[in-house]
Design a protein around this ligand. Structure first.
Ligand SMILES: NC(=O)c1ccc[n+]([C@@H]2O[C@H](COP(=O)([O-])OP(=O)(O)OC[C@H]3O[C@@H](n4cnc5c(N)ncnc54)[C@H](O)[C@@H]3O)[C@@H](O)[C@H]2O)c1
Length: 374
């Protein structure tokens, strides 16, 4: 039986989405939303648009779409803007990013040309491999303006104690960091499976070739350091070597990113896993993921926009600042002080869906199910 859900204000009017950096991910997201609005494409990869949620007993057959279950803003109400250190409008930037093909960009060219970036706040000494001309001085003030904030990059931005306290005080939902796409997404799918079956790991070597601007920036060792940390820690947390020393103590983990322009946004990620089973016998798993990073990132942006807006309208959620239930989308999920981050994709999904059930006063799903056999 559904109890009373949380108070959620109605979604009214337009919902503005502002993105610092109108590059591959941002333009793939914007163009995709417009194509979906014009019914030229499907929102594949978006949990809010395509996903369903089971409610109550399995025998009740209640499985609404997520977007029909919680009062999310409609795609027709999204408006886009952003900042960049290049002057390109969203159409030019999308063409340069080389993610979407002309057959998707041409029909919505007018719409994309209307989105022009505001001047960026940029500090050259932090990012050596980028030189731009559309720059101003100052700081983003998302929190002070009570704008919910999702950080898709690995840098800290709001992830400091003072800013997180401010987020809670001002009732601004925040989440981050670093979108979980590509190789790390696969890691958080496979590692929970190895652990579930108590299979051991000697080593996991991951290497990538990619040729987008992100790859160019990450070719610089200093810029790669924060990214490397967020990529490496995932396995440590999922495999819990302190609990399973015989299986995971001292496993060797290496991640490499190589800038290789011919591939553009279409990265190739290789993984070699040296695992072991019964009596310690070794086995290997090889993965070659021909991956499109921005195609995986764009639906994440859409879901985060809609869920953060929802959290903003639910005072019980907003007052908590960090929205840990959105860990599902991040490589380095933000969490309360004193907690460890949850990286297992399946636990993250359960947490997300249970949060939605909680918001609507529905029963938590435990998967016990003994009553079906009474
Ligand atoms: N593509 C993915 O799957 C993925 C996954 C995880 C994280 N990310 C992160 O998302 C972000 C965007 O990725 P992308 O592939 O679109 O990269 P991109 O290089 O195509 O786009 C980034 C844009 O940001 C602009 N920019 C740089 N510094 C800026 C500043 N200070 N202010 C405003 N604009 C600035 C650049 O000019 C560029 O146009 C990156 O931080 C990346 O690390 C992407």
């Amino acid at each position: 039986m559904a109890k009373k859900g949380m108070k959620i204000a109605e979604s009214k009017g337009r919902l503005g989405v502002l993105m610092p950096g109108m590059g591959a991910v941002a333009t793939t997201f914007i163009a995709g939303v417009e194509a979906i609005r014009r019914q030229l494409a499907l929102p594949i990869g978006s949990l809010t648009q395509m996903g369903t949620i089971r409610l109550g007993k399995r025998t009740e057959a209640r499985r609404p779409r997520v977007r029909d279950f919680v009062p999310l803003a409609g795609l027709e109400n999204l408006e886009f803007g952003g900042w960049d250190l290049f002057h390109d409008d969203a159409y030019e930037a999308a063409v340069k990013a080389g993610v979407l093909e002309a057959r998707h960009l041409d029909p919505i060219q007018d719409f994309l040309k209307g989105i022009k970036p505001m001047p960026a706040v940029f500090e050259q000494r932090f990012v050596k491999n980028l030189k731009g001309e559309n720059i101003k001085r100052g700081a983003y003030a998302a929190l002070k303006s009570r704008v919910p904030y999702a950080n898709g990059a690995p840098n800290l931005t709001v992830d400091t104690p003072a800013l997180l306290e401010l987020a809670g005080k001002l009732r601004v939902p925040v989440c981050g960091k670093d979108f979980k796409t590509g190789q790390t997404l696969l890691k958080t799918i496979i590692a929970p499976g190895l652990k579930a079956r108590q299979l051991g790991l000697h080593g996991w070597f991951s290497t990538n070739i990619l040729g987008n601007r992100d790859g160019e920036v990450l070719d610089d060792p200093e810029s790669f350091r924060t990214k490397e940390e967020s990529k490496l820690s995932v396995l440590e947390y999922i495999l819990q070597p302190e609990l399973y020393p015989e299986l995971y103590k001292n496993f060797y983990h290496k991640v490499r990113i190589n800038y290789y322009p011919p591939r553009g946004d279409n990265k190739e990620g290789w993984d070699n896993l040296d695992i072991f089973g019964w009596l310690g016998y070794p086995m290997q798993i090889k993965i070659d993921f021909l991956c499109r990073d921005s195609i995986l990132a764009a639906p994440i942006v859409l879901d985060l926009v809609l869920f953060l807006d929802l959290a903003q309208r639910a005072p019980e959620m907003a007052r908590r600042g960090i929205q840990e239930w959105l860990s599902f989308y991040f490589k380095s999920p933000m969490h309360a002080p004193g907690l460890y981050p949850e990286h297992d994709l399946f636990i993250q999904l359960m947490k997300l869906k249970n949060t939605l059930r909680h918001l609507r006063g529905e029963e938590m799903i435990t998967h016990l199910g003994l009553e079906y056999y009474d």
